[in-house]
Design a protein around this ligand. Sequence first.
Ligand code: HEM
Length: 141
Amino acid sequence: MVFFLGLLKVVHFFALFLGGGSAFGMAVIGMTAPTVSTEHHQTLAAMAKKFKIISHTAIGLLLLSGLLMVIFGGYFPGVSAWFWVKMLALAVLIFGIIQAGKFAAIALEGDAAAGARAEMFGKMNIAALVVILIAAVLAFG
Ligand code: HEM
């Protein structure tokens, strides 16, 4: 069981790197899109699509490994209130990832207003990620 829980923790952290990296990758694409000519937008769109797949996989792995750790790790009852702060920020992050992906796709078709919204959701996602990290450390660190 100790090995299994350790393995889940490794998966949890690996997914965290994947998700964090792709969130910054998406933000960089968002910042770059308005500064390059439209002929490059197709390349950026292809990159955004890949980052989207990576970030969705990362969230899936985080949810799965986190859930399994909670079930088999004996964290309940008596889990810290910070755990619930983490779950709330996680809900915000999942909502934000969906919205950012949706508006980024519209933006790459040349809609500047959608670009601004994608950037706004991108920033919100990074803020949610920071809250999740702080809450995770306060809950389990
Ligand atoms: C974006 C999503 C998530 C991020 C960024 C994240 C991040 C983290 C981090 C940084 C830690 C290490 C804390 C420390 O040891 O100081 C951690 C641990 C943990 N997380 Fe998550 N987490 C996420 C989702 C979840 C979910 C959905 C669950 C459960 C439903 C969960 C359950 C846990 C548990 C049980 C631990 C403790 C592991 C241990 O030290 O034994 N996490 N998480």
